[in-house]
Design a protein. Structure first.
Length: 307
């Protein structure tokens, strides 16, 4: 049954080569004691070399936080992150900077943060470039590919929001990274420019085997990816492959039911989980008749002393 196949595939249990990205029970809590926000609540994620993965999820679900961890820009509250075989929390700042320079290209959500404002678009790309093999795209080719070749000599600060986003993608790809991390690289782009950017990502993925993790709200983008990973409330709830959506069982056994089942199974519902009796791998969740939400059997928990 597919549930088993997906589970093994998802966990990369049989994959011999080390994945490019591996998060194990990654937890991130922002803030100070008393006003914490648990942004990531135990993320298990593997991305294999050459995969293109879209990170989906509602606003505030933890997508950017996860991407920042993959870029080595945050320290986990708990759990580990491996990128290109190295556990990020064991690296010092110089080693992390080196990893970002050589192996990981990053496009942050606010494109302006990726740029040197008073330097031309072309020099922004050149600034991060190191010695590369001849096959890599040149700075001019990169700017052309994202559709801002004619703006090569304009200062980055004088580019529009969408043009900055496209420049940020060109910069992130300039070093032919093993892993490209892009946080909504097309949120300010019209359909045509967005298409150019995604076509470029697909092109570098095909030509150079670049592994790509891209956060997006755009279904036109996620549909072009090999796999989608959906985050809700800091957990991976679903994965999409081959046009189909699957739920992902967490390491604590939890499953995030799709929102469209909320009416059938509201929060607090009592369910009976019954293995399928035909021997195939799977369970049926049956709501216990008559159970109203939050109407759990009272074992004295709610009774005040003396009542
Ligand atoms: N620096 C911070 N300090 C405190 N809380 C934060 C900080 N950054 C993010 N958060 C909180 O962490 C949670 C996850 O935020 P994150 O930015 O990762 O979400 P997101 O999925 O990227 O959302 P969006 O789609 O709006 O970009 C949210 O509740 C957010 O308010
Ligand atoms: Mg975000």
């Amino acid at each position: 049954m597919t549930a088993i196949d997906i589970d093994l595939d998802y966990a990369g249990a049989q994959a011999a080569p080390e994945p490019v990205v591996r998060c194990d029970n990654l937890v991130h809590v922002y803030g100070v004691p008393g006003s914490e926000v648990a942004a990531l609540r135990g993320i298990d994620l593997q991305v294999r070399a050459g995969e293109m993965v879209a990170l989906l999820g509602p606003s505030g679900s933890g997508k950017s936080t996860l991407l920042w961890h993959l870029a080595g820009l945050l320290q986990p509250t708990a759990g580990t992150v491996h990128v290109c075989g190295r556990q990020l929390s064991t690296l010092n700042n110089r080693q992390l900077a080196d990893l970002r320079k050589r192996d990981v290209g990053v496009v942050l959500q606010n494109a302006g943060r990726n740029l040197l404002p008073y330097v031309s678009a072309l020099d922004n790309v050149r600034a991060v470039r190191r010695e590369l093999t001849a096959e890599a795209l040149t700075p001019h080719e990169l700017l052309d590919a994202v559709g801002i070749g004619s703006l090569a000599h304009r200062a980055a600060a004088r580019l529009s929001g969408g043009e900055k986003q496209r420049l940020a993608v060109a910069i992130a790809l300039a070093n032919l990274p093993t892993l490209l991390l892009a946080d909504e690289p097309n949120s300010q782009l019209d359909a045509a420019s967005s298409h150019d950017v995604i076509a470029l990502l697909r092109d570098v993925n095909t030509r150079f085997g670049t592994t790509i993790v891209v956060v997006t709200h755009d279904t036109a983008v996620s549909e072009t990816m090999d796999r989608t990973v959906s985050i809700r409330d800091g957990r991976i709830g679903a994965a999409g492959m081959g046009g189909e959506q699957f739920l992902v069982v967490g390491r604590d056994g939890s499953v995030q039911l799709p929102a469209e089942l909320n009416d059938l199974l509201p929060s607090g519902s009592l369910l009976r989980a019954e293995p399928l009796d035909d021997g195939s791998a799977g369970v049926i969740l049956r709501r216990v008749d008559g159970a109203a939400p939050n109407d759990a059997p009272d074992h004295g928990r709610h009774r005040r002393p003396g009542t």
